[in-house]
Design a protein around this ligand. Sequence first.
Ligand SMILES: Cc1cc2nc3c(=O)[nH]c(=O)nc-3n(C[C@H](O)[C@H](O)[C@H](O)COP(=O)(O)OP(=O)(O)OC[C@H]3O[C@@H](n4cnc5c(N)ncnc54)[C@H](O)[C@@H]3O)c2cc1C
Length: 479
Amino acid sequence: MLTAVRRILPEQAVLYDEEDLHPYECDGLTAYRQRPLMVVLPETVAQLRDIVRLCQTRQVPLVARGAGTGLSGGALPLSNGMLLNLAKFSRILEIDPVNRIARVEPGVRNLAISEAVAEHGLYYAPDPSSQIACSIGGNVAENAGGVHCLKYGLTIHNILGLKVLTIDGELLEIGGKCLDSPGYDLLALMTGSEGLLGIIVEVTVKLLPVPESARVILTAFDDVEAAAKAVGDIIGAGIIPAGLEMMDNLAIRAAEDYIHAGYPVDSAAILLCELDGIEAEVEEQIAQVRDILTRNRAVDIRVAIDQKQRKLFWAGRKAAFPAVGKIAPDYYCMDGTIPRHSLPAVLKQISVWSDEYRLPVANVFHAGDGNLHPLILYDANQSGERERTEAFGARILELCIAVGGTITGEHGVGVEKLDQMCSQFDSAELNQFHAIKDAFDPGRLLNPGKAIPTLQRCAEFGAMHVHAGQLPFPELDRF
Ligand SMILES: Cc1cc2nc3c(=O)[nH]c(=O)nc-3n(C[C@H](O)[C@H](O)[C@H](O)COP(=O)(O)OP(=O)(O)OC[C@H]3O[C@@H](n4cnc5c(N)ncnc54)[C@H](O)[C@@H]3O)c2cc1C
């Protein structure tokens, strides 16, 4: 295999020594690690096509990797598979300010798009907190969201076209520069497909004009449920903020320690509510939101006085995950979405379980979208703690389903949520997912074993009853 790959790629674009493979053994979900057979770094579609065809001929599985910031193990390598690092596909191919689009390669960093088009007064709206590092290809494969997706939509709402390499080495052009295209909506199908259906080699993104005015309000509350209720009331009043984020006390303290954003460290929760648009509209909405916050027992309401303070308020939120990473040896980031009206009850239940499992939880999340991110703090070096964390996390996801939500908001299924897919979907639905996979990749070589559980796995999962957080036969390895 190595000899064949070296005929396609230069020496430095093929990694196979153990020490070179180490950095690739996991993505952002560090609880799972596996070194791949080899890592390749092609930089042209022609090279990529030859690699894909080689893998198909030799039946070697392929895992695509963007920046490796994924939090569900989507880019976790396979021991018998090739890891396809797309970092060298980092060119911005076209910026068209008149039609407000850009064509970019998949390895371009999310933030780099907005930086490149800033001179035209434009930006790319979806802004995952990992945007300084994560790639647009990874964003499409995960249908990534971010702070500003409440008003401007997820990745799917902000892209127009894709070029995708199939496992047969065919280049598909899906969508384009126009708003609609005939035929089945393959753009939607590819978005969020977690590298299972094809390799994204080009993305056409929509660009938006930078709003005339953007103001953020930081509000402190003495109890989490009051903050959660205020979220529902703001949206219920017909206001769609550009971002509406919530942090609880543990997250506030961690972020403040790390960034010194001026957060009120004694409050139980804060809300960051950004309003944008034309000046007069923003002023009016600030007044309306203030009223709602006051009615919901807010104890401190601060409107950022200038752009510097606005950026500082957001910097704390955007750095909250690494900040929490500093206060515990490990954290497990959950990602479920629930109807907004269930926020108070679900947050309360999580805190009850946090005591029950003896595992602290920091909540920092896209409250306006009902997209929860409980970060369960644990220490993988303490025997049994990881298992306890996983059981706790699974319970949170099951609760999301029970209240009418979903097991993922934006981080994808990867390897992390395979079991919960069995709860979310029945066998007929899962069979349709497998049929779609087979239509694109009948040999199941693209990122196999991720995102869609086998029916066998679901049968085993269904037969396992978790009682009071205790798995039966805890001494047995799970899957
Ligand atoms: C601190 C932190 C904060 C985060 N905040 C957010 C957030 O606010 N919102 C959010 O949505 N996510 C967030 N994430 C998760 C993560 O950044 C996103 O899922 C992101 O989209 C992953 O991009 P990536 O380039 O790192 O992809 P990777 O992790 O490399 O890959 C992710 C998946 O995409 C597939 N893939 C990658 N590139 C391609 C390609 N070109 N073609 C086909 N498949 C491909 C991989 O196989 C894998 O299944 C955060 C992560 C961290 C560490």
